[in-house]
Design a binder for this molecule. Structure first.
Ligand code: FAD
Length: 426
């Protein structure tokens, strides 16, 4: 934290540059006082965990920074359940777990915090272990009206059932989660096939990937060039042999390399050569995440659409990427949640940035995001609300496409448990 000013030292540059009204570190009664927020300015409390989104700090708003006082990680070695504070980042979580040969299905970056878990959490391991929310055992925290809550899976009475379901996917709208208990998994070695490919090769690889078993997933990113990762968890020799049959199909792509990693922690996605702008302090950015099912026969038309999108990008920061889910994320045996688009097998995201303070560039970049989103809607009609965009015009539509037929239940919860709109608006 920088001394003597109200700035946050966090990965997201928009939020890092925000001139805060106040920075607070503890959840106590005073933050639930509605008089602290100006309704004329739609002011609400921003919550910061990993600080990777543009909504954890805003000019003139108060931020609750959970990183200082809600950062504990404790693994119970008998149950293999890990308890983390609401301000823990995913890199620290898997580093801690690795000491005990355990792991957790974190996403493609170690930077995100509890927001990753609470908004769903799509991991390269999700096809085998479900979404991050599917691995929540219990939570503690506060509702927007200041009421303390403590909920444990399989011990939830009917009155609390809806809160429990909504915590899994929509928590930021009505609660502040200070503690999460999670299932962990055994840490296994990972094979990764990675490298640059062209559009035709990407098309072929997407086709192959839609037949992958649950321990293999594809992630790709189209920035200046296209980079792919095929991620395969190896649990035992038998699985290794089965996996090799699929990985051999990739031998025909000469630029791809096969790498072996002792565990998930050792992998860093997105090589430097991609020159991504995410951490570039001169740029502000936004990202929107979509959801859809297998492309099947639509792969050629999707590739054509992707090509058009990339040809129209206004600057070199813009990219489209995608990660694969499916298998266990389709199953409902973890209980109902507010991640409603369970049929989804792809989560693409669209990213654009602009020189900060250049409003014209900002408008152009956001327009490109919206136009690209429109083009991709026929393939990926739904939204993964991994980033809250209540400061953007797309917020309403994103909410509808993220929560589908559960949006009214969420609004009801918000009205009851955050009646003064202290937390981010719906
Ligand atoms: C480089 C990168 C890679 C990513 N890869 C993936 C991926 O593979 N899979 C995936 O699913 N997502 C991925 N994401 C998206 C990321 O998981 C989400 O944007 C997530 O919401 C970020 O959480 P955070 O805690 O870091 O962010 P923050 O900005 O700190 O918080 C995001 C929002 O969540 C709310 N929030 C955070 N913590 C709490 C809490 N404890 N209680 C209540 N509300 C809270 C806040 O209101 C805030 O608005 C990635 C993001 C980045 C930057």
């Amino acid at each position: 934290m920088k001394p003597n000013n109200n700035l946050l030292e966090i990965p997201n540059i928009n939020s890092k540059d925000a001139k805060l009204n106040k920075l607070i570190y503890v959840v106590d009664d005073s933050i639930f006082n509605k008089d602290n927020y100006s309704k004329e300015n739609f002011e609400h409390l921003c919550v910061c965990s990993g600080g990777t989104t543009s909504s954890c700090a805003k000019n003139g708003f108060t931020t609750l920074d959970l990183r200082k006082n809600y950062s504990k990680i404790h693994l119970d070695k008998e149950s293999n359940l890990v308890t983390i504070g609401g301000g823990v980042i995913m890199g620290d979580l898997i580093n801690h777990l690795q000491k005990y040969n355990r792991s957790f299905p974190i996403g493609l970056s170690k930077l995100p915090g509890a927001g990753y878990i609470l908004t769903g959490g799509v991991s390269p391991l999700s096809r085998a272990y479900g979404l991050a929310i599917d691995n929540i055992e219990s939570i503690k925290g506060f509702l927007g009206n200041g009421t303390f809550i403590s909920l444990k899976k399989n011990q939830i009475n009917s009155k609390k059932q809806l809160i429990w379901e909504a915590i899994k996917g929509a928590a930021p709208f009505f609660s502040i989660i200070t503690e999460i208990e999670l299932k962990t998994i055994k840490s296994n070695p990972i094979k990764v096939i990675e490298g640059f490919v062209n559009l035709n090769e990407l098309s072929e690889i997407i086709k192959l990937s839609e037949e992958f078993p649950e321990n293999i997933s594809l992630q790709w990113i189209y920035a200046q060039k296209i980079y792919i990762y095929i991620f395969a968890e190896i649990k035992n020799d038998l699985e290794d042999k089965k996996t090799e049959k699929y990985l051999m199909l990739l031998d025909k792509f000469p630029a791809l390399e096969k790498n072996f990693y002792e565990n998930f922690n050792k992998i860093n996605f997105f090589p430097k050569e991609l020159n991504l702008y995410e951490l570039n302090t001169n740029y502000h950015s936004e990202v929107i995440s979509l959801l859809g099912e297998d492309l099947k026969n639509n792969i050629p038309s999707f590739i054509k659409c992707l090509n058009e999108i990339m040809k129209s990008k206004p600057n070199n920061s813009c990219y489209v990427a995608s990660q694969q889910l499916g298998y266990k994320t389709k199953k409902l045996n973890h209980g109902s949640s507010f991640f409603v688009h369970r049929k989804s097998t792809w989560k693409p995201w669209i990213y654009a940035s602009w020189k900060k303070n250049n409003l014209q560039e900002k408008e152009v970049a956001l327009n490109w995001i919206y136009q690209s989103w429109n083009k991709l809607k026929s393939f990926y009609p739904n939204i993964h609300l991994a980033q809250l965009h209540n400061h953007l015009n797309s917020h309403e539509e994103e909410l509808t496409l993220a929560f589908g037929n559960r949006i009214n239940e969420l609004k009801t919860l918000k009205n009851i448990f955050d009646p003064h709109g202290i937390l981010p608006p719906l």
